[in-house]
Design a protein around this ligand. Sequence first.
Ligand code: CTP
Length: 400
Amino acid sequence: MTLYYADKTIVLGVCGSVAAYRACDLASQLTQRNATVITAMTASAQCLVCPASFEAVTGQPVITEMFGPRVVPGIEHIALAQRAALFLIAPATANILAKAAHGIADDWLSTTLLATDAPVLFAPAMNPAMWRHPATQDNVTLLRNRGALFVGPASGTVACGDTGVGRLADRDAILDALAIALHADKDFAGKRVLITSGPNHEPIDPVRFIGNRSSGKMGRALALEALRRGAEVCVVSGPAETTPPAGAEVVAASTAAAMYEAVMARVDKYDIIIAAAAVADFRLEQESGEKIKRGNDAVTMTLTPNPDIIAAAAAKKRPGCKVVGFAAESHEVVNNAAEKLRRKQLDMIVANTIGGENSAIGGDAGEAWILTPNEPAESLGHIDKAALAARIFDRIHKLP
Ligand code: CTP
């Protein structure tokens, strides 16, 4: 998903925590997504990881000192403070949090943090006792109150063997937090968005189920886009291979019946409801409590229809709520989607082709159209799921 990071200059501040080696992967991931990553390493970070590693993965010079032979025009601290779209401090030590909170400027990174108006995202990593310490917690509060952003720390075992909150957040959580921080226009602030996502598993017996190929990627892209635009997000998620972004509330719902219950319990609290889940249309009339043994006879199962979740949500929605569905079609894509838009009483439907080379199910992109009740279908061509999510929210904005 290059969309979030492409053509952005990100200053990656690397401090002296053992997790510094993980910043290399972050730098590489961002560079692969077409961001320009300028790494600034503190003196202690350089004792743990070699600057050449960052130079190699970013293709950019690495800042290691305030004055000296490595200083390159254009990455001088004031110039970069003004040019950067964002400062990501990962790993952020207790020391850099203390310096940033109190305006101490005694090296390149702390000096440049004082000189920038760009958003600053801290990803702390330290011993759990250091993180818990009131001095650190007070510094975090000070920084948050000034608008600084934080991702993590996560809980687990840290380098010294202690267990608790202090681990550098996972790479994907940091990338999500960055994607959210890099989107300045919070045009859905104050809005609550409910998204169904992923497949359902309808049990046959204690070990088998009926499922489908939905990956949950579309639901994830929608949730991340909603968070980027300032909304509060809840994802009712089936057992998908993709996890929803950090920052979204997640309600796990394995079966269609559980998904129905979860959505209907919340329907009157949301401004926008989007059904990206590939809901199982049928469940077994009678699930077997015991494992069905293999024999030589054919096994017959009776399937019974599941409730239509989005149609039920559209019928119960609160006034002003916008309900958006998806239509996964293998033929007559636009006509079938238009029929679903009417039948389910939706405000918008996104038609996708399934099957063949451009199938939307499971992939990162697909062929898509947006349909609303009173306008001709808009063809979006073959489109990446992140870009599609952005187009969907643009259109939701324009709904009457
Ligand atoms: N949907 C739902 N509950 C169901 C079935 C579908 O909420 N029981 C939602 C899907 O999340 C999607 C939309 O309805 O937003 C259309 O889903 P799709 O599977 O394309 O259509 P179906 O109604 O299942 O019709 P068919 O399988 O006949 O195409």
